[in-house]
Design a protein around this ligand. Structure first.
Ligand SMILES: Cc1cc2nc3c(=O)[nH]c(=O)nc-3n(C[C@H](O)[C@H](O)[C@H](O)COP(=O)(O)OP(=O)(O)OC[C@H]3O[C@@H](n4cnc5c(N)ncnc54)[C@H](O)[C@@H]3O)c2cc1C
Length: 397
């Protein structure tokens, strides 16, 4: 088919994370024989960042290198290496950091989230994060240079727990202190929490919950009661925020800056923009989804299907997703897997120990082979738990 550039529909996907890559592969694989649609993916690195393994990178462990252009080879999708600096939703263009301007007809916004380092003074200046491979490598370098001393992990959510356990296991010479408002694993079933507590104790992690950090200092953290905890390194994992680009572009965002979507995952203010993964505020019957890989990949697949249905003049289907598990690593040989109801509340079923560690490893390793399979058989990526009655009742279209 002879299609001129003016006739071709340009889909631009921002961010090659779990959600953006799923959207890209689905779109490209389903349309590779058509000349009238082109998919372009923009990402700062040409290798895939396995965020699920960044606590491993941060403790000096090698992880597999996954090349994005190689994955896209044969699909017709174009890879552009660059960091997006602005979206102009009126002109339908995106600017990247080398000042190139990319035009789109349909945008898929999947820029993910990062630790909320703006919430407290001193975090940006003095704390490490697990936001990307460079941040994780910086922490790895710092930890490798410490002969002894204290590492404070700020934030007792599951990212903080995984990081504290990993650091304590890799560097027994370091004293690891895990700080947070809540007890680690507060949302897990008591059986899972008991295992998690015992594992942290076994690894020597000092847990201090019920504390409020008010500032990160060059040599420690200050707590709300006025006391200080001296630290040789601070890792900040508490809270998440999203890039401000969507809000700056005038898209409707929620109080956390996430793009508010309709049931088809389109922006409610700009229907030619779809939002996926952590960067999207996606409402289900049980509330707005929180950022996970298990939910992020389905949002990418579903957004791709919505784009194709709309272009074919059909009504898109509403997105429905129900959670099913929370796997938490506790170093390399231990873990806890909490099975959940679709609304993410804990069931009584819990896996612990080596079997749980194997399960967690299988989950962490699954996305890349899943992308490769979707490239050959796009339909293979279109299965996930839809959440039954938890999402059926009030799912908005
Ligand atoms: C240490 C850690 C452990 C985790 N463990 C789990 C787990 O066990 N299970 C689970 O479900 N979830 C886990 N999560 C959460 C999970 O990683 C996220 O929910 C998931 O990565 C979201 O996918 P995403 O595609 O929306 O964003 P991401 O995977 O973060 O991808 C976003 C992409 O956008 C790119 N990007 C960002 N800004 C720009 C820009 N300006 N221009 C161009 N590209 C940009 C990034 O480089 C990245 O490639 C963990 C997170 C961390 C940090």
């Amino acid at each position: 088919m002879n299609t001129t550039a003016a006739q071709r529909h340009e889909v631009l996907v921002l961010g090659a994370g779990y959600a953006g890559l799923a959207a890209t592969i689905q779109l490209a694989a389903r349309t590779r024989k058509r000349g009238n649609l082109r998919v372009t993916l923009v990402n700062p690195y040409d290798t895939f960042t396995e965020r699920l393994r960044l606590h491993m990178t941060a403790t000096g462990q090698e992880t597999a290198v996954m090349n994005i252009p190689e994955l896209l080879d044969g699909t017709g999708a174009v890879f552009v290496r660059g960091r997006v600096t602005a979206v102009d939703a009126g002109a339908k263009t995106v600017r990247i950091d080398d000042d190139r301007i990319l035009r789109y007809d349909t945008l898929v916004y999947g820029l993910g989230s990062v630790a909320d380092t703006a919430a407290l003074p001193g975090v940006d200046e003095h704390a490490h994060t697990l936001d990307g491979p460079e941040d994780a490598a910086l922490l790895a370098d710092r930890l490798a240079r410490l002969d002894g001393g204290t590492v404070v992990v700020g934030g007792s959510g599951l990212t903080g727990v995984e990081a504290a356990a990993e650091i304590a296991e890799r560097y027994p010479r370091l004293r690891v202190v895990l700080l947070g408002r809540q007890e680690p694993g507060a949302n897990l079933h008591p059986k899972a929490r008991a295992h998690l507590d015992a594992a942290l104790a076994r690894l020597g992690v000092r847990v201090r919950s019920g504390v409020e950090v008010v500032e990160v200092l060059p040599d420690g953290v200050e707590l709300a009661d006025g006391s200080n905890i001296p630290a040789d390194a601070v890792l900040w994992t508490s809270g998440t925020r999203v890039p401000p680009l969507a809000a700056a572009a005038g898209l409707t965002v929620d109080e956390r800056g996430r793009v508010v979507t309709d049931g088809a995952l389109r922006s409610v203010s700009h229907p030619d923009v779809y939002a996926v993964g952590d960067a999207a505020a996606i409402r289900q019957g049980y509330g707005v989804m929180h950022g996970t890989c298990q939910g992020g990949m389905p949002t990418g697949v579903h957004a791709a299907l919505s784009v194709l249905r709309v272009l074919a003049g059909k009504e898109p289907e509403p997105f429905r997703f129900g959670y099913y598990h929370t796997p938490v690593s506790l170093g390399r040989h231990d873990a806890v897997v909490q099975f959940t109801r679709p609304d993410d509340s804990p069931r009584r079923i819990v896996l612990t120990g080596r079997r749980a560690a194997k399960y967690k490893e299988a989950v962490s390793a699954a996305p890349w082979p899943t992308f490769a399979r979707m490239k050959k058989m796009p339909a293979s990526g279109a299965f996930w738990p839809h959440g039954g009655r938890y999402t059926r009742i009030r799912s908005a279209k």
